[in-house]
Design a protein around this ligand. Structure first.
Ligand SMILES: [Zn+2]
Length: 591
């Protein structure tokens, strides 16, 4: 019989500890201490209380817990002395029937890992969906983490232990994150479509209007219809729009959504999560036969990443009347113009101005997105409320010095273009760090036609600077530019600077941010607020209507724009629950 939260909250300390027995491997003290936080508002609340106990237990206790774990496919498995929980997990991941080669490989990894770190490798082998990772995924994770820094690896082990516990708790309480699984499965299915050249390698790349891109649009369309949206169509730029009508005709709509294109060799959740989470909510409403006092419009934006054409935010931009006709003549790497690609996809260019929305017909815009950073993951917090989307500027620059003989030019007579840029890079690193939440990057840095024996005469480089407010960003840019002038002057080189992008910061609308905050708190998840370092479709809608975003934590250190990008179906379930809560709040406010 699964236990209920109410039973746990009401039980004596001893009985409650018994209910949570076996959660942490041979370490009942963690659950015992967490029980002091009763009553728990939700399972998410209990999970966080457990994380907190371990976070404050000190390094020795943390190491003790890690060392209480068996090795993967190790001696305990062979001699059948694993705990029931571990046996269940290792067999779900197929580790109980390894081939002799796989077994030997894992044994070697176990030995190498132990020798390096002094504790066993910990991986939540049931994975983000709870059904078990493949043996290849396990071995890949093992090999990658062998190169980790010990402090970070210790934390990664603890996070994996918490994930193991999360699944054990779900089993104990008989809880399945059903809607989270649904969202996870939709994303998995959508990730089957990938552009040629990447698909063969098992990599996910979906760029604007390729065959894979149009297949994605098709699949999202069908998913939306199956969920019970009243109207589903593809608009003039390829956005897939699903509308769920309000209870009364003429009522306003809530707009939400995110993008379905990806970067090259990207992750499965970036963008797509923000399409499927509200879809799951609409599916629920439809199944319950419910209409709200407002409509819901979910937009799957066709283009956000600017990969095939330099037309970043084309999808959301078109909705606010910012489609630039000059883009139509841009060519992709194969010489295909944007115009030709759109015509080939059956999109009607003349209709683009017609898709501009009238903001008066909308309540506002919300977007759910994977964090794409390490913050929530490090803090063991599943959801984060976004306070602002950072404003950013980008420049393409050229430093011009004098190319000269690397052997004969004395150090004090050089006009080294690369050293000048290097000096700027180091300055930017420390200047951005001073703000705490500004970031500055030189992501491109090359010496064209450089030679091993020539002092660099030219250096091409980029600048990317972002901050949560425009004032903070402008101050950062001003300091960096002043430093650049000084470097150029002192080193006797020249520089050409071209501004290629400037986007204003998009602070969340206070009333919309507050709705997300109430939703997160209602779930028993600790409230955490953070700015978004990355740009999102919400930035575009921000120009015409109030907006606010919700972030979900990423696994694997929060890595994104990378195939290792991941989040769990439990966290996705929390997103669906938070979104549903916002819908409830709006319903109450409008009734
Ligand atoms: Zn994105």
């Amino acid at each position: 019989m699964p236990i209920t939260l109410e039973q746990l909250n009401r039980a004596s300390q001893a009985d409650a500890a018994q209910m949570l027995d076996g959660l942490y491997e041979h370490s009942p003290w963690i659950a015992e201490q967490a029980l002091a936080q009763r009553p728990f508002q939700s399972l998410a609340h209990l999970k966080h209380a457990l994380c907190e106990v371990l976070a404050h237990a000190g390094r020795d206790a943390q190491l003790g817990l890690i060392r209480a774990h068996p090795e993967l496919a190790g001696k305990a498995m062979v001699s059948k002395t694993l705990t029931a929980e571990s046996t269940n997990e290792q067999s779900k991941a197929g580790l109980t029937d390894c081939t002799p080669e796989e077994f030997a490989k894992i044994q070697k990894l176990n030995a190498d890992y132990n020798a390096k770190f002094g504790w066993p490798f910990i991986l939540a082998v049931r994975g983000p969906r709870g059904v078990g990772l493949g043996k290849k995924q396990i071995i890949d994770a093992f090999e990658r983490r062998l190169f980790g820094h010990p402090d970070m690896e210790l934390q990664e082990c603890l996070r994996n232990i918490h994930r193991i516990v999360e699944i054990r708790l779900n089993d104990k309480f008989g809880v399945e994150p059903t809607l989270g699984h649904q969202v996870w499965d939709w994303q998995e299915k959508l990730a089957q479509h990938s552009d040629p050249g990447f698909a063969e390698l098992g990599q996910l790349t979906v760029t604007y209007l390729t065959d894979a891109h149009r297949a994605c649009a098709q699949r999202i369309t069908q998913n939306m219809r199956d969920c019970g949206f009243d109207q589903v169509y593809t608009d003039a730029v390829g956005n897939v729009v699903g509308r769920y009508q309000p209870a009364t005709a003429g009522a306003k709509y809530l707009m939400t959504g995110s993008h379905y294109d990806t970067v090259r060799n990207g992750g499965k959740y970036d963008g797509r999560l923000g399409i499927f989470v509200p879809m799951a909510c609409v599916q629920q409403l439809h199944q319950q036969g419910k209409r709200l006092p407002f409509g819901i419009e979910v937009v799957a934006f066709a283009e956000e990443e600017g990969q095939r054409y330099k037309a970043t935010f084309l999808g959301s931009g078109a909705l606010i009347g910012q489609f630039n006709p000059a883009w139509l003549d841009q060519q992709d790497a194969d010489g295909i113009t944007l115009r030709a690609a759109m015509q080939h996809a059956g999109l009607c260019i003349d209709d683009i101005p017609k898709i501009q929305r009238d903001p008066a017909q909308y309540l506002g815009f919300v977007e759910v997105h994977i964090e794409q950073g390490p913050v929530l993951n490090e803090m063991n917090i599943p959801l984060g409320v976004v306070t602002s989307i950072n404003g950013g500027v980008r420049y393409q620059c050229e430093m011009i010095g004098t190319a000269s003989h690397a052997g004969t030019t004395p150090m004090d007579r050089r006009r080294d273009a690369a050293c000048a840029v290097a000096e700027l890079a180091l300055y930017m690193e420390q200047r951005a760090a001073q703000d705490g939440d500004s970031v500055a990057t030189i992501g491109q840095l090359q010496v064209p036609n450089g030679s091993i024996n020539v002092v660099p005469g030219r250096c091409l480089f980029s600048l990317d600077m972002r901050a949560p407010t425009d004032a903070q960003r402008d101050a950062l840019v001003a300091d960096v530019m002043a430093q650049l002038d000084q470097i150029v002057e002192r080193r006797g080189v020249r520089v050409k600077v071209e501004l290629t992008m400037s986007a204003a910061a998009a602070p969340s609308a206070p009333e919309w941010q507050a709705r997300w905050e109430r939703a997160v708190s209602a779930l028993g998840v600790p409230l955490f607020k953070l700015p978004s370092g990355a740009g999102h479709d919400a930035m575009k809608l921000h120009e015409v209507m109030p907006q606010a975003m919700l972030f979900v934590r990423g696994e694997n250190g929060g890595i994104s724009h990378n195939p290792r990008e991941s989040t769990t179906s439990d966290d996705m379930q929390l997103c669906v629950d938070a979104f549903t809560h916002v819908l409830h709040q709006l319903t109450t406010e409008l009734s």
